[in-house]
Design a binder for this molecule. Structure first.
Ligand code: FES
Length: 145
């Protein structure tokens, strides 16, 4: 059912954890299953993503897609990170079962929410970036996980 790459990233997730004082942080909830994903970004003065970490309550597919997504955005510019869509992530993992596609959206949306947070702090505009719909950062903040 799952590709070897999905299993590998699920069993050995890359970039799981938190970043203290991140340049941007984004938290989103998955409307379909209620799972939560938080992404932390460390972005340098040149706008290069130096580090990225994720924390999730999501399922195995969410862990695998976030692990792959964080690998794909690390070392990239903010603009390049915008190209890392859930489709790109799924392709890099050799696909996901159709019922699990919604899980892969968590990573993309949380990265966008973290980029939005970064852009707001820096007072810059990132081309193509929309205000995150599913950012639940405010309500969620009181209950740290
Ligand atoms: Fe919720 Fe996969 S079932 S993220």
């Amino acid at each position: 059912m799952y590709s070897e790459k999905v299993m590998d990233h699920f069993e050995h997730p890359r970039n799981m954890g938190v970043i203290e004082n991140p340049s941007g942080v984004g938290t989103v909830g998955n409307a379909k299953c209620g799972d939560i994903m938080r992404i932390f970004l460390d972005i340098d003065e040149e706008g290069i993503i130096q580090d990225v970490k994720f924390k999730t309550f999501g399922c195995g597919a969410a862990v695998a897609t976030s692990s792959m997504a964080t690998e794909l955005v690390k070392g990239k510019t903010v603009q390049e990170a915008m190209q890392v869509t859930n489709k790109v992530v799924m392709e890099a993992l050799d696909g996901l079962p159709p019922v699990k596609v919604h899980c892969s959206l968590l990573a993309e949306e949380a990265i966008h929410a973290a980029l939005w947070d970064y852009a707001e702090k820096k007072r810059i505009t990132i081309e193509g970036l929309q205000k995150p719909k599913a950012d639940i950062h405010e309500e969620e903040e009181k209950e740290e996980f």
